[in-house]
Design a protein around this ligand. Structure first.
Ligand code: SF4
Ligand code: FES
Length: 154
């Protein structure tokens, strides 16, 4: 059975755009907690030493899209010029040790910043984020400690 496509929110919610001939990658800095799944996945595309740090044309578009989908926080999104939008799989929640809840699925997040359709989000559970309900990485400085249940595939 095919998964329902999630309608994209307006582009401003997705942050800055990085265009290549076949796709556009969007990066919302406020949602990034430096988990580095992107850098590990395609270092020639996601390279913090380069400017801009996202070289969207440095790998085939489908490969870039696949690595963008690994981003657990929703800091990265993409649109393919001729291809499907990202589709949501089953709803899953991963409790990260000493960190946020990683949530995936067909999400509608009603946040103070406005309601957004999402497929991926990191939600704060330490209370210290300045970007609630999203995690902003503050749990590392706040000394938050709580057991997790990692092991979910990206
Ligand atoms: S995978 Fe997402 S949260 Fe992690 S460093 Fe890349 S953009 Fe940031
Ligand atoms: S869990 Fe990351 S800032 Fe709260």
């Amino acid at each position: 059975m095919s998964q329902p496509a999630v309608p994209p929110p307006p582009a401003p919610d997705w942050g800055r755009a990085y265009s290549a001939p076949d796709l556009t990658v969007y990066y919302a800095k406020a949602r990034c907690i430096h988990f580095a799944a992107c850098i590990r996945g395609l270092p020639q595309v996601f390279n913090t030493a380069a400017r801009p740090w996202i070289q969207a044309d440095a790998a085939p578009a489908e490969q870039v899209a696949e690595v963008v989908r690994r981003c657990p926080t929703g800091a990265l999104h993409y649109t393919l010029n001729s291809g499907p939008t990202e589709s949501a799989g089953p709803t899953r929640i991963e409790v990260r040790a000493n960190g946020p809840l990683f949530v995936r699925g067909e999400l509608l997040i009603a946040a103070p910043q406005g309601s957004v359709h999402e497929t991926r989000a990191a939600l704060c559970r330490c209370g210290a984020s300045q970007n609630k309900p999203y995690c902003d990485g503050s749990h590392r400085q706040s000394g938050f400690e709580a057991a997790g249940g990692e092991g979910m595939e990206p």
